[in-house]
Design a protein around this ligand. Structure first.
Ligand code: NAD
Length: 491
C-alpha cells in the first residue's frame, strides 16, 4: 500500500462545473455548483453542478430517447462498446486510481475496475431465454429477456470507481439506459469514467450522470415516473427512504446498505496469515468500506496472543496524505470524522478497552484533514453499540468466544449480514461455519471480494439489513432484464 507522488490536473480531465446529460457536458439547470474538497487538506479540488429534480428530469428524458435504439442494438455491439470502454479505462488506469484516491482520500492502490468492465462486457451477448414445455407439439413457448428501460443508480462516496462500474455497465450491457447520481463528496471519478464511456462510443443518453445533493438530485431520481428500476448503495436510513419512494412508484430496487462483518478466528488459525489481513480489512479506505471486517471474534485460548499481534500491526499503520507512502488516509469529511470520534467515546463509555489509538490525529499534516487514529478495542461484548452498529471508520472490535456455537451466535447477532471471514486450517469446520453464518459472502483464510484474492465475478450483496440483490456474479446481467413469455400457436 505505497505510492509515488504524481500531480493530477483535474481541470484537464473534466470540463468545469458540468455533468453529463444526453452526451453533452452541461451545468446544473440552476447554474449552482458544489465544491468538492480534498479530504486530506480541505483544499478545493473541483466544482460540480448542484443538480436538482429539473436536471434529473432532463437526464431521464435523454435516457428515454436513447432507449429504443440502444435496446435494439445487437448484444454483441453493446459488448464491443463496453470492451472499448474497458480498454480506455485500462489505458487511463493510473489517472482513475489517483483521481479516486485524491477525492476519497485513500492511498493509491491497484484497481479491479477495468477487469470488472471486461467481465460485464463479455456477458452482454450471453443473456439467454428458455424454451418452455407446452401441451401441444404445435405450440412453441419461449421466454425473452428484455431490459427494464431507464434505470437509476445512486452511489456513495467510498468507492466511486467500482460502484460506477457495477451500477452502470451491467444495466447498459443488458440494453437499459442509465441515470447515475454519484455522491456529492466524491463525484469526480464517476464523471471521468462517464467521459471515457462517451469516448468509447457509447451513444448520447445511454449513460447520464447528474451530480448533486442527496435530498435534491438523489431524492428526485427514484421519484421520477420514467425510472423503471433503481439501485442504491449507502446508509440504511437513506436506503429506507429510497425504498419507500420505489414502493410508491412500484419499481424494483437493488439495495446495498453496509455491514458489521465478523472475522472469526478459530483456535488453529494461522495468525501470520490472518493478522495482516484483518488489519488491512479495517484500515483499507480508513474503514469506510461496507465489507470492512470490523469485528474480530476470537477463541478465548488465542485471545491474548491475537490482541498483542493486532496491536503491533495497528501501531505500525502509517497514516497520511494520499500521495505519500502511507497505509491509510483521512475520513471523507468533518461529519464522518465526528461520527467516528463519537463511536470512540461510546466504546469507552460502554466499557471497552482501547488498546491502540482512540482519538483524533493532530499536528502536521493532520490538522487540515479529517484524520482519526486506527483504533483497536478489546473486551468488547456483543451487546455494545460498537459491536452492533456500522462505524465506517478504522475501528476494530475484539470479542472473545468459548465454543463454535457462541461464535456463530455472535457472528449472526447483528442486523447486518454482508460478508464474513473464517480463519482456520480445518476446512471441515470452515465449511460447517460458512453454512451457518448469515452473510452474502463468506471468505475462508482471505478477506473475500474486497481483498487481493477476490475473484472478479464474485456475487456481492447482503443478508438481512445489509440489503438485497447481488452485484456481479454469473447472473448479474439477468437482474437488469425482465422476463417476457412468448407462446406461439403454429397449429
Ligand atoms: P447516504 O446514504 O446519505 O448517501 C449515499 C448516497 O445517497 C449519496 O449519493 C447521497 O447523495 C444519496 N442520498 C442522500 N440522501 C438521499 C435521499 N434522500 N434520496 C436519495 N438519495 C440520497 O450516506 P452518507 O451520509 O454519505 O454516509 C452515512 C453512513 O452511511 C456512513 O457512515 C456509513 O455507515 C453508511 N454508508 C454505507 C455505504 C455502503 O457502501 N454500504 C457507503 C457509504 C455510506
Amino acid at each position: 500500500m505505497t505510492t509515488t507522488p504524481v500531480p493530477l490536473d483535474i481541470a484537464a480531465l473534466l470540463p468545469d462545473s458540468t455533468h453529463l446529460i444526453a452526451g453533452e457536458w452541461v451545468p446544473a439547470a440552476t447554474k449552482s455548483t458544489i465544491d468538492v474538497l480534498n479530504p486530506a487538506t480541505g483544499a478545493l479540488l473541483a466544482r460540480v453542478p448542484r443538480g436538482t429534480a429539473e436536471d434529473v428530469d432532463q437526464a431521464v428524458r435523454a435516457a428515454e430517447e436513447a432507449l429504443p435504439a440502444w435496446r435494439d442494438t445487437s448484444p454483441a455491439t453493446r459488448g464491443d462498446l463496453l470492451y472499448r470502454w474497458a480498454e480506455l479505462v485500462r489505458e487511463h488506469d493510473d489517472t482513475i486510481n489517483r483521481l479516486e484516491a485524491i477525492e476519497v482520500g485513500h492511498p493509491v492502490g491497484p484497481s479491479p475496475i477495468a477487469a470488472r468492465l471486461t467481465y460485464l462486457a463479455g456477458k452482454a451477448d450471453k443473456i439467454f431465454g428458455d424454451t418452455l414445455p407446452t401441451r401441444s407439439p404445435d405450440v412453441l413457448g419461449l421466454t425473452l429477456r428484455e431490459p427494464y428501460g431507464v434505470v437509476g443508480a445512486i452511489i456513495p462516496w467510498n468507492a466511486p470507481g467500482p460502484m460506477t462500474v457495477f451500477n452502470t455497465a451491467a444495466p447498459i450491457a443488458a440494453g437499459n439506459t442509465v441515470v447515475l447520481k454519484p455522491a456529492e463528496d466524491a463525484p469526480l471519478t464517476a464523471l471521468y469514467l462517464a467521459r471515457l464511456a462517451t469516448q468509447a462510443g457509447l451513444p448520447p443518453g445511454v449513460l447520464n450522470v447528474v451530480t448533486g445533493y442527496g435530498a435534491e438530485a438523489g431524492a428526485a431520481l427514484p421519484a421520477h415516473p420514467g425510472i423503471r428500476k433503481m439501485s442504491f448503495t449507502g446508509s440504511p436510513a437513506t436506503g429506507t427512504a429510497v425504498m419507500e419512494t420505489c414502493a410508491r412508484n412500484l419499481i424494483p430496487l437493488q439495495l446495498e446498505l453496509g455491514g458489521k462483518s465478523p472475522q472469526i478466528v478459530l483456535p488453529d488459525a494461522n495468525l501470520a496469515q490472518a493478522v495482516p489481513a484483518i488489519v488491512r480489512s479495517i484500515i483499507m479506505n480508513s474503514g469506510q468500506v461496507c465489507a470492512a471486517g470490523s469485528r474480530v471474534l476470537v477463541h478465548s485460548s488465542l485471545h491474548d496472543r491475537l490482541v498483542a499481534e493486532l496491536a503491533e500491526h495497528f501501531r505500525a499503520v502509517r497514516v497520511g496524505l494520499w500521495d505519500q507512502p502511507v497505509d491509510m488516509g483521512p475520513l471523507i469529511n468533518a461529519r464522518q470524522q465526528q461520527r467516528v470520534l463519537d463511536y470512540l467515546a461510546i466504546g469507552r463509555e460502554e466499557g471497552a478497552e482501547v488498546v491502540v489509538g482512540g482519538g483524533r490525529l493532530t499536528g502536521a499534516p493532520y490538522d487540515d484533514g479529517f484524520f482519526v487514529e486506527p483504533t483497536l478495542f478489546d473486551r468488547v461484548t456483543p451487546d455494545m453499540r460498537i459491536a452492533q452498529e456500522e462505524i465506517f471508520g478504522p475501528v476494530l472490535s475484539v470479542l472473545a468466544y468459548d465454543d463454535e456455537e457462541e461464535s456463530v451466535a455472535i457472528a449472526n447477532g447483528t442486523r447486518y449480514g454482508l460478508t464474513a471471514t473464517i480463519w482456520t486450517q480445518d476446512i471441515g469446520r470452515a465449511i460447517r461455519l460458512a453454512r451457518r453464518v448469515q452473510a452474502g459472502q463468506i471468505a475462508v483464510n482471505t478477506v473475500g471480494d474486497g481483498g487481493p484474492d477476490g475473484s472478479i465475478g464474485t456475487p456481492f450483496g447482503g443478508y438481512k439489513h445489509s440489503g438485497f440483490g447481488r452485484s456481479m456474479g454469473p447472473d448479474y446481467l439477468e437482474d437488469w432484464t425482465q422476463v417476457k413469455a412468448l407462446v406461439i400457436n403454429a397449429g
